[in-house]
Design a binder for this molecule. Sequence first.
Ligand code: BGC
Length: 405
Amino acid sequence: MQLKFPQGFLWGSATAAHQVEGNNINSDWWQWENSPQRISEIKKQNKNPEDYKSGIACDSYNRYEEDFDIAQSLNMNAQRISIEWARIEPFQGDFDEQQIEHYRKVLNAIKSRNMKTFVTLHHFTNPIWFSEIGGWKEQGNVIIFLRYAQKVLTELHELIDFVCVINEPNVYASNSYMRGYWPPQRTNFVLSQEVQKNMLQAHIKVFELCKISEWKLKVGTAHAFRFIQAKGALKIFEGVLKDFFYRSHLKKIEHFTDFYGVNYYSRMLFSFKAQFPFYEIETENETTDFGWEIFPDGLYEILKEIGLNKIPIFITENGIADSSDAKRKEFVSRHLAAVHKAIEKGINVQGYMYWSLLDNFEWAEGYTMKFGLVEIDRNNNLQRKLRPSAKYYSEVCKNNYLEMY
Ligand code: BGC
C-alpha cells in the first residue's frame, strides 16, 4: 500500500549552526564547553572531555557544499539550517559583514540545488557578550535580539523561504534556567518562565518586523512537543501539563505566526510515585539510544490537536539517536505514517524535516548521540558516510509517498 503525500510537500532535513559548523568560538556554549568547571564535571563522570567539546563539529562551516550535495542526492527539496548570532555579531553592535556574506553563500548553495530554505535565527546559542549582559532573562535584551534579526533578514530575506525565529523556547528555558543542565546552569523556575516570555516576545517582534517590511518569507516557530500523558492519580493534571508544555505557548503566538514548526521526538508518560518529586517518566515501548520512548501515535495526536485552527504545520524536527541504524528506517516510516494519517484527517501539514542530516554535536551529550542520516567518521577526516536509512528516506522524498508493507 502506498501512502501518498500532497503535491508540493516539502521533504528535508534539519541542522543547527553550533552543532555542525565547528569553531563557534564567540558563543556562550563554546565558552562553557571549554570552561575548567565543565571539563572537571565530565572527568568526574569518567568520560573524555574531548567528546563534549564541539570543536570542529562536522566542519560544515567549510563543507556545506558537500553536505547540500548529499541532501540533494537524497532527493530532498528543503533544508533547515540556523544562522549563528555569535558569528554575525561577535561584539555588541558590531556586525561582521563577512559572516553575512558567508551565510549568503550558504543559502545560495541550498537554493541552487532547488531546495527551499528554513532558517532558524536562534538555536540555543548566544554571543558571549549577550550572556554577559544577562541574556534572555532580561526583558530589555529582547530589543538586542531584534536588532540582530533585523540585520540578518534585511540582508538575506530574499534567500529565505521560512524563518523559524527561535528554536524551542521551552527546551532552552528549561535546560538552561530550570534544570541547570545547559549554560548558564541556573535552577530557578521563575527565571525560566521569564526567559520563555522574553523569547515569545522576540518571536512576536520579528513577526511584526517581517510583516511591516513586506518580505515574502513566512515566519513561524520550531517548538518542542512531547506527547503528554499521565497515569493513575496524575491523570487529572494532563491538561495542566499540556498547557505548560505547549498549549499556552501556541495560544500566545497564534495571531503572530504563518506556520507552526513541530519538533517531535517522544512521549512523556508521567506516573505517580510516593516520594518527592512525586512523579516519574515511564516508557512502555522500545527506546532510542537516548532512552527516549518511540511513540509515533503521539505525533498524530499532537498534529490533530494543534491543526484545528488550520495554521499550516511543518515538522521541523523528528529523528532518532540510533548509532547502529537498526531502528531509524522504521522510526521514520512510522512517524511519516502518523503525519499521513493527520493529513487524511484534514490537518494542514506541508513538510517534514528529519533531524538530522549529519551526526553532530548533541549539546550536553556531546558526540555520543548519533542522529544522522549520514554518519560522520570522526577518526577519518570527518568523512560523510550514508547510512542505509538515508537511502530509504531518499526514496520517500523522491516518490512523495510512503510504501507500507
Ligand atoms: C533540538 C536539537 C537537538 C535535538 C535532539 C531538539 O530539541 O532542537 O538541537 O539536537 O532536539 O536532542
